[in-house]
Design a binder for this molecule. Structure first.
Ligand SMILES: CCCCCCCCCC(=O)SCCNC(=O)CCNC(=O)[C@H](O)C(C)(C)COP(=O)(O)OP(=O)(O)OC[C@H]1O[C@@H](n2cnc3c(N)ncnc32)[C@H](O)[C@@H]1OP(=O)(O)O
Length: 218
């Protein structure tokens, strides 16, 4: 990665490393990494992506935006850390734990019985004709399905397969109810179901297998 010659992006698993296999060794959550305005920074990036999705800039404006973005990227280059110490993914006080790559969701309730979340697809999640891209719906199911498996097994799991049935169109910019739960498990195999509703209307359903990782497994 350019701009951060002294930073290690991938810390190999080892005696003193901060991860075990594929996931964080320390699953402790934080509300402090990245500082008190980290969430607002993420929100401004999402807002920017919303604008980019719909903007038709003049060549002059595109050049101006490019120069501004280069400056911002150079600023962040001075503060890059490895994935295990990044705030992203651990900030439970923020939508989607501060993970910019996920559709923003808030957890209403979560435990071994399942996860109840509210997800709001943004303008930049547009697929076509004003509604969400199906891939973004699948990402929301994957993360929250993985969370249901993790809360049931008390450890981490990776997706073996994930099937989404798209039952009706998924709107943007509207809080939707996403629920995931472990239907059954056999050994390391956790069969997880999920639903996405707009009010009473079913938008999509998930049927997935998450496999508990063995200690140290990537
Ligand atoms: C609280 C924070 C929450 C955050 C949640 C984030 C969730 C995000 C989750 C992800 O997106 S993970 C990324 C996407 N997934 C992957 O990249 C996984 C790629 N695949 C693998 O790494 C391995 O295949 C895997 C670790 C999943 C399993 O390999 P293993 O060698 O550990 O297990 P094995 O192949 O022996 O399979 C174990 C059992 O599962 C079964 N199995 C494995 N894959 C299957 C599959 N695809 N379909 C059906 N069954 C499957 C397999 O047949 C076997 O069944 P039995 O025990 O009954 O014999």
């Amino acid at each position: 990665m350019k701009g951060a010659p002294d930073q290690q992006w991938n810390v190999p698993a080892g005696e003193n490393s901060q991860h075990e296999g594929g996931f964080r060794a320390d699953l402790a959550v934080t509300t402090e990494r990245g500082g008190p305005t980290y969430g607002e920074m993420i929100e401004q990036v999402r807002l920017f992506m919303d604008k980019v999705r719909y903007a038709s800039p003049t060549p002059a404006l595109a050049d101006e935006v490019i120069e501004d973005l280069k400056k911002l990227n150079a600023k962040l280059d001075t503060m890059l850390v490895d994935e295990w110490t990044s705030p992203s993914g651990t900030r439970i006080d923020l939508p989607s734990r501060g993970n910019i790559t996920l559709p923003p969701y808030e957890i209403r309730d979560g435990g071994p019985d399942g996860v109840d979340a509210t997800v709001t697809f943004r303008p930049f999640h547009l697929g076509g004709n004003g509604v969400a891209h199906g891939g973004h719906v699948a990402i929301a199911f994957d993360d929250l399905g993985g969370m249901a498996a993790a809360l049931k097994l008390g450890g981490v799991a990776r997706t073996g397969y994930l099937t989404v049935n798209y039952r009706s169109l998924t709107p943007l910019q509207k809080p939707l109810a996403l629920r995931t739960w472990v239907e059954r498990f056999e050994g390391r195999k956790y069969f997880v179901r999920g639903t996405l509703h707009d009010g009473d209307r079913l938008c999509a359903e998930m049927d997935a297998l998450f496999i508990a990782l063995k200690p140290g497994q990537a």
